[in-house]
Design a protein around this ligand. Structure first.
Ligand code: AHM
Ligand code: MG
Length: 336
């Protein structure tokens, strides 16, 4: 892997790393220029949300039965506008849109399929907690027209790049094309993302868990037993949970930790979405040496069957995820 010094701009990083991909086209750099433009616009609006009348809900509900926040709409429109005219995207899947968004004619569709949660954790916006945009990219099979459902409903193993932008105390863009995971911090005074964490690695194991423990009684008993056992004080575990997947995952990526969102009585398939929440973060976790599972197998081995399907998610340091999945598997094979 190429070495980069801290302070390298995202532009230079992409120019140099795409030289390592013989089949890379100029579209990839154009795409990231558009992603960073949208990220800067959303970041600026998030920072001014309280002043710009952007706190709170619109009163509408999305297809998933969740209240739409004003900032959800702004982030969705901003990423769509930045991407759909640039000639690099064939289709967009968004948490905020029921159907696939095709590039509107007369614009020419590009090579990529972009799946996004435009503003994850947005119910936290009024409290100034971290929120973010999560995305992954597929390359569209060459073919006529503006793209088909089969260009989107793919295996996680076909993802070519993934990332997120976390709007927290600062704005940080984390990305991977499969060769390491790198973080770039926005310097708002010059409007540029600079490399701040090169080749982030997850240690084999950590001692922090992140989950909404208020739901524990609804979880698989094997999971409850796993959680109970690690509360033994001599083991030195700690808990951290924001309730914003992108914020919780980012904390765990930097400091170590395992995030879990198991099925509950209300969300029998789990709450988190496969295509634009679990897939991108699983891609990043594996690229950092960690793991991500749905409780039965690796998330990235799944093949999406619908745009907004949900999945249980266990993600973070590899040994922790493996222990957790082993506990679930023992629970399933135990006589009832
Ligand atoms: P969202 O995409 O509508 O923001 O919902 C997903 C969020 C995740 O960010 C977070 O991990 C989860 O919902 C929190 O759910 P809960 O409040 O049940 O703990
Ligand atoms: Mg979300």
């Amino acid at each position: 892997m190429r070495q980069f010094e801290e302070g390298t701009t995202l532009d230079r990083f992409l120019l140099e790393t795409t030289r390592d991909h013989p089949d890379a086209s100029g579209q990839f750099i154009t795409l990231f220029n558009q992603i960073t433009l949208a990220a800067k616009l959303v970041s600026a609006r998030v920072n001014r949300a309280g002043l710009a009348g952007m706190f709170g809900a619109t009163g509408a509900m999305n297809i998933q039965g969740e209240y739409v926040q004003k900032m959800d709409i702004y982030a969705n429109d901003t990423f769509k506008r930045a991407l759909e005219h640039a000639g690099v995207i064939a289709m967009i899947v968004s948490e905020e849109e029921d159907e696939i968004i095709h590039v509107p004619p007369p614009f020419v569709p590009g090579h990529y399929v972009f799946c996004m949660d435009p503003l994850d954790g947005s119910s936290n916006i009024d409290t100034n907690a971290s929120i973010g945009t999560i995305f992954c990219l597929f390359r569209r099979d060459a073919g006529p027209g503006y793209g088909e459902m089969t260009d989107v409903l793919r295996s996680g193993r076909e993802i070519i790049a993934a990332g997120y932008i976390v709007y927290g105390a600062g704005t940080v863009l984390v990305l991977s094309t499969g060769l390491g995971v790198h973080a770039f911090t926005l310097d708002p005074t010059v409007g540029e993302f600079f490399l701040s964490h090169h080749d982030i690695k997850l240690a084999p194991a950590a001692r922090t868990y992140s989950c909404n423990e208020a739901y524990a009684a609804q979880w698989d008993p094997a999971l409850q037993a796993w959680l109970g056992a690690l509360k033994e004080p001599s083991l030195g575990w700690s808990a951290r949970y924001i309730g914003s997947l992108v914020g919780d995952f980012h904390r765990n990526l930097v400091k170590g930790g395992v995030f879990l969102y198991p099925p509950t009585q209300k969300a029998r398939q789990g709450k988190l979405r496969l295509l634009y929440e679990a897939f991108p973060l699983a891609f990043l976790a594996e690229a950092a040496g960690g793991a991500a599972s749905d409780g039965r197998g690796p998330i990235l081995d799944r093949v999406a069957v619908s745009l907004h399907e949900r999945t249980p998610l266990y993600i973070g340091n590899r040994e922790n995820v493996e222990e957790l999945v082993a506990a679930l598997s023992r629970g399933r094979s135990a006589p009832s």
